[in-house]
Design a protein around this ligand. Sequence first.
Ligand code: PBG
Length: 334
Amino acid sequence: MHPYPGYFSMARPRRMRRDDFSRRLMREHQLSCNDLIQPVFVLEGKERREPVPSMPGVKRLSIDLLLREAEACARLGVPAMALFPVTPPEAKSEDAAEAFNPEGLAQRAVRALKQAVPELGVITDVALDPFTTHGQDGLIDETGYVMNDETVEVLIQQALSHAEAGADVVAPSDMMDGRIGAIREALEEAGHIHTRILAYSAKYASSFYGPFRDAVGSAANLGAGNKYTYQMDPANSDEALREVALDLEEGADMVMIKPGLPYLDIVRRVKESFGAPTFVYQVSGEYAMLKAAAQNGWLDERACVLEALTSMKRAGADGILTYYARQVAEWIKE
Ligand code: PBG
């Protein structure tokens, strides 16, 4: 019956795939609302809701509307939100002083959120790009080079102002050397011993951040500039392990790989090498790709989003920042 003995083995993987019950039993990874972090863009003003053209479905929200969004996320079981302020042009400067203004937009948003929805974790972005006139994540010298140690001093002030406002987690996304240790030390000294650090450890110099820079309004400031002297080269992988090792040694509680889908090999290597809480960011460009294809009727949005996020879990991610967080939590609840 068979062309030669042993051609068909007794092992038949398809037996287990035959029925829904056995498929469910052998399923290794399951996306849950506990895996999700919702990034949000925060605007000045009241009752303001602005669409982001390159991210259909995503809106910049003023703090009052942000609170409604936060309540919805908490109700759906999304554990945390990550805040990204949209700084008015007049508040931007060469020295990014607005970054650590105790009355800044991010700081006010944190206070309002922790008061209105205390059970929702609040994560803040520590980096200077929303506040600099040149759109770089740090302070620049006369040649335009982003200076490391001078920048770290400002990042410390920024992180302290976020912790002071009540942020549960500060998330340095700037890729300066030594900033995790410096921020940890400053937090301890100021008594913020419970403030966690989510380090953007392996943050690549990715072109998939384009829509985000539109959303926070830093694209025009950055112009033709790039971030190659501090964000990582997409061609590298060992370097990501060195970055993660340093951040963990310096006191990071969680590490992150960014972007997501094109970098799942890095997620896998990081998780296997360190076993630390590992996060991945499905970035704005990934969102835009899925959304655009879905809007054209070329992809089934729900199926593809769930598949992409489940793949991140499979690669080893403990949690995912995704603009789809609230939507996914709604899908899961159904
Ligand atoms: C800025 C920052 C960026 C993102 C998060 N924090 C952009 C950048 O580094 O230029 C990107 C997020 C996204 O694309 O969704 N420090």
